[in-house]
Every structure is written in structure tokens, then in C-alpha cells.
Write a protein that binds this ligand. Structure first.
Ligand SMILES: NC(=O)c1ccc[n+]([C@@H]2O[C@H](COP(=O)([O-])OP(=O)(O)OC[C@H]3O[C@@H](n4cnc5c(N)ncnc54)[C@H](O)[C@@H]3O)[C@@H](O)[C@H]2O)c1
Length: 259
């Protein structure tokens, strides 16, 4: 018996086997959930290959900047699953030149794109998930974030600004969707080696720092995120909403690095 037996989940953000979304998917599947995945353009082959051995899985294209593709995705999920219990938002992007730029040099277009893909997408997904989750008597939405939303993390730059908007969206969505019995939470994860993390750069230095400074003196693993997401989606977390949970071996506590 899994904690998510009979539940249905829609997962945004699998690019390859290192993706955080893939770590979450594996855990949700192990707990008994039936899964639907979206992919962005050229990621299709990766997602189809990864999911070949998952029974009754749905795989659909969705660029989160397209309202039409979002509509089609949720419509398809409604048709196939007859409702939805779980939504995983594990999507982020900022144009490289704007991510690397000094804050004062971020372009209007780059700022808009980063906020659209990394933050507004959660609002757009939640709007379409609400009627499907209501059909199942409620649901759980989980989004991925990072400490750079509230502290200055050199190199994280524009993505930190986008994550601040994402985290505020989580709180306001929790309030808005609470009466529909939909819970909305964020996981603020420590660094993990993924495609997106490479875009931020300096990941090796971040790993070393966490190992030296975090209270638990270690980095997190992809499976840790899966475990926490599965918990947040399970009935055990029934009264948790509007939270940003730090999953970083305690790193967020520290005011100073090594002494
Ligand atoms: N890797 C880390 O260290 C770390 C730490 C904390 C939080 N996060 C967050 O976790 C989430 C997942 O990132 P990841 O590290 O697994 O990297 P990843 O590159 O594997 O995943 C990012 C996903 O975003 C998708 N995406 C980007 N633009 C899109 C668009 N327009 N439409 C649809 N999908 C789009 C990509 O296709 C990809 O699947 C992101 O929100 C990221 O900010 C990552």
C-alpha cells in the first residue's frame, strides 16, 4: 500500500534523468500515483524513454508560455484521469545574457520572460488545475524554489527575483485555493547537479560551501526532494499549505560561511 494509491499527478519539468521533477516522479509512482508528464519541445525523447516502464502514463507537450498548450494539457488530463490530485511545478528559465548580466543591466524582455516562465506559469497551471482537483475533492500543488529568492546568492541574480515572485504566488494561491481544499507549498532545495543549475554556474563551489557550512555538513540528493514532495502530496500533510520548506541540510540558517 502506497500513501498515494489511486491518486493522479501532473508533472511539469522533466528534461532528463537528473531533473528534480524526475526524482519527484519516481517517488510519486513508488507511492502508487498514476502520472502524467509534460515536456518542452526537444525534451520529448528523454521523457518518453524515461517513462516507458511506467504503466498508464500520459506524456504531452507543453510550453508553459502558451495558454493554448496549457489548456490542451489540462483538458487531456481531465479526459484521461477524470480529475487531478497532484500538480508538480518544476520549471524555470531566464535568458542566459540576462542571467549573467549585472542586475541593473537586465533587459525588460529578459525580466518578463524569466518571470513568465518561472513564476506566472504556476498561477496559470493552478487556474487550470482547480476545476480538476475540485472533482477529486481537493489536491496538492508543489513548486520548486531556492534560497536566492530571499538572500543574495551571487550568480543567481534574475532567477532570485523570479523565485521571490514564485514564492509570493505560492502564498497567495494557498489563500485563494484553500476553500477548494487545494494545498500549495514550495520546496526550497539546496543545489543539485541539473541542466538548469549548470546555467547558473559555479555549482561545484556551491556544493563545497554547503558541505563545509550546513549544519548537517552535506549536500542533498535528488531522492530527498522526491521524499518531501511525496509527503506534501500525501494525506499526512493535510493541514500544510502556504509553506516554503527548506530542504538544504540546514544551510539557510547560517549567517556566516566558514570561520
Ligand atoms: N538544481 C538546483 O540546484 C535547484 C535548486 C533549487 C530549486 N531548483 C528548481 O527546480 C526546478 C527544476 O529545475 P532542475 O534543477 O531540475 O533543472 P532541469 O533543467 O532539469 O528542469 C528545468 C525544467 O524547466 C523546463 N522549462 C524551461 N522553460 C520551459 C517552458 N517555457 N515550458 C515548459 N518547460 C520549461 C525545462 O524543459 C526543464 O524540464 C526549477 O524551478 C529550479 O529553479 C533547482
Amino acid at each position: 500500500m502506497g500513501t498515494l494509491d489511486g491518486k493522479t499527478a501532473l508533472i511539469f519539468g522533466v528534461a532528463n534523468h537528473n531533473s528534480i521533477a524526475w526524482g519527484i516522479a519516481q517517488k510519486l509512482a513508488a507511492e502508487g500515483a498514476r502520472l502524467a508528464f509534460t515536456y518542452q519541445g526537444r525534451m520529448e525523447q528523454n521523457v518518453r524513454k524515461l517513462t516507458t516502464n511506467m504503466p498508464e502514463t500520459l506524456v504531452v507537450p507543453c510550453d508553459v508560455q502558451s495558454d493554448d498548450e496549457l489548456d490542451a494539457t489540462f483538458e487531456r488530463v481531465g479526459q484521461e484521469f477524470g480529475g487531478l490530485d497532484i500538480l508538480i511545478h518544476s520549471v524555470a528559465y531566464a535568458p542566459t545574457e540576462d542571467l549573467k548580466a549585472r542586475i541593473v543591466n537586465i533587459s525588460r524582455a529578459g525580466f518578463t520572460t524569466a518571470l513568465d516562465i518561472s513564476a506566472y506559469s504556476l498561477v496559470a497551471m493552478a487556474k487550470r488545475a482547480e476545476p480538476l482537483m475540485r472533482q477529486h475533492g481537493g489536491g496538492s500543488i508543489v513548486a520548486m524554489t531556492y534560497l536566492g529568492s530571499e538572500r543574495v546568492v551571487p550568480n543567481y541574480n534574475l532567477m532570485g527575483i523570479a523565485k521571490a515572485a514564485l514564492e509570493a504566488s505560492i502564498r497567495y494561491l494557498a489563500w485563494d485555493l484553500g476553500p477548494s481544499a487545494i494545498r500549495v507549498n514550495g520546496i526550497s532545495a539546496g543545489p543539485l547537479r541539473t541542466l538548469s543549475a549548470r546555467g547558473v554556474g559555479n555549482i561545484t563551489a556551491m556544493f563545497d560551501l554547503v558541505e563545509q557550512v550546513a549544519p548537517l555538513r552535506r549536500n542533498i540528493e535528488q531522492g530527498d526532494v522526491g521524499d518531501l514532495a511525496a509527503y506534501l502530496c500525501s494525506p499526512t500533510a493535510r493541514n500544510l499549505t502556504g509553506n516554503i520548506l527548506y530542504l538544504d541540510a540546514g544551510f539557510h540558517l547560517m549567517g556566516l560561511g566558514t570561520m
